[in-house]
Design a binder for this molecule. Structure first.
Ligand SMILES: Cc1ncc(COP(=O)(O)O)c(C=O)c1O
Length: 385
């Protein structure tokens, strides 16, 4: 087979990394290896493959809970995009979060984590970590002094979301990594809300980056999946945890996410441009009380966001229509194009009304034509008040 390259640029690697024509069949696209187990010519071959796999050689296959070629193609693609030595794919974003925390924390350890984390990650730190005698201190990650004060002699790990849910606060990752590393701590960044086309946390000091691949990496709302990337010495315990806790990814879902990642740079650019325009539109609207978008000068972390993200600020916007819960429902319930749904990162624009947060609305801006989105938001707002 002729020599091949995955290229150097981010967009080229999003398409080519981890993939190539099948050496046996010449199938151009990565196949879905729908197999539970792998067959060997001899007992000795089987033994060697199992031993290599359980020393966490990710391309030694014997059983698909431990390793599978479709899953591996996705791991290699994501590792390339993150600038990571290795990546572990898992059944969901929560599998990536829980495997990372349980692989690197044990009874008696302590973790400092963001005080505005994804709801199910919050359940993990409120219930599952304390149950395992792991101490937790939630802090506002945008308050460096608070982060520093929360670190104790037992602290092993700092866990943050690069853009918080739903208020889209952006911690200064570089500053947090600096102070954490002076104390020998592992910094874990959940970068789900931005994705690697916009921010690569390992380039800003994080040791581990993870995603609900369900969101921007997949991009089409058709798969639940998780990925975690970093140095191999940090990934091996996570790979073992994913295997032991049975959190393996489905090869079919990895196939869908592989397909999604190929267009990630295009979707991230389109979603960011739409979100910036929609945020500006909302900020100028009389029926809107406030808008939170990291690209707006009014955002409390705008300077940090500009430094970390450059000119593209992501596709998540949160806003509050004037008039409380009635206004929230009047807006969402009269949209004719955008759907009400809890997920994010899709090519479709999704709105997530949050009555328990006082009637704010989180918008995952998709890749539709901007004029159609503005028309739909105008329509929704016309029913407010
Ligand atoms: C920031 C963040 N992390 C993790 C997750 C969990 O991902 P999943 O739903 O794939 O388990 C989500 C899901 O919405 C999320 O928003």
């Amino acid at each position: 087979m002729r020599e091949r390259t995955h290229g150097k640029g981010f967009a080229t690697r999003a398409i080519h990394a981890g993939e190539g024509p099948d050496p046996v069949t010449h199938a151009h696209n990565t196949p879905i290896y729908a197999t539970a187990t792998f067959a060997f010519d001899t007992a000795a071959d089987k033994e060697a493959a199992v031993d290599r796999a359980l020393e966490w050689n990710p391309t030694s296959y014997f059983y698909s809970r431990t390793g599978n070629p479709t899953n591996r193609a996705l791991e290699e693609k994501v590792a390339s995009l993150e600038g990571a030595e290795d990546c572990v794919v898992s059944a969901s974003g929560m599998a990536a979060v829980s495997a990372t925390l349980f692989a690197h924390l044990r009874a008696g350890d302590h973790v400092v984590l963001g005080d505005e984390l994804f709801a199910i990650t919050k359940v993990l730190w409120e219930e599952d970590l304390p149950r395992r005698e792991i101490g937790v201190t939630p802090v506002d990650m945008t308050d460096l002094a608070a982060v520093e004060a929360a670190i104790t002699d037992r602290t092993r790990l700092v866990f943050l979301e690069t853009s918080t849910n739903p208020r889209l606060r952006m911690p200064d990752l570089e500053a947090i990594a600096g102070l954490a590393h002076r104390r020998g701590l592992i910094v874990v960044a959940d970068n789900t809300f931005l994705g690697p086309a916009l921010l690569r946390p390992l380039e800003h000091g994080a040791d581990i980056v993870l995603h609900a691949a369900t969101k921007y990496l997949s991009g089409h709302g058709d798969a639940v999946s998780g990925v975690v990337s970093g140095a191999k010495r940090l990934m091996d315990p996570i790979r073992k945890q994913v295997d032991t806790f049975g959190q393996a990814a489905s090869p079919f879902n990895s196939f869908l996410v592989l397909r999604g990642v190929r267009t990630l740079p295009l979707r991230s650019a389109a979603g960011s441009a739409n979100a910036a325009a929609l945020a500006a539109f909302l900020e100028g609207h009389e029926k809107v009380e406030w808008v939170r978008y990291p690209g707006l000068a009014s955002h409390p972390d705008h300077a940090v966001a500009a430094r970390l993200l450059g000119g593209r600020f992501g596709a998540m916007v949160t806003f509050k229509p004037r008039g409380g819960l009635d206004a929230m429902a009047a807006f969402t319930d009269h949209l004719a194009l955008c759907d009400i749904a809890v997920s994010l990162g899709d090519v479709y624009t999704l709105v997530y009304p949050r009555p328990k947060d006082g009637g704010i609305i989180r918008v995952s801006v998709g890749c539709e034509d901007l004029d159609d989105l503005v028309d739909d938001f105008e329509r929704g707002l016309s029913f407010v008040g």
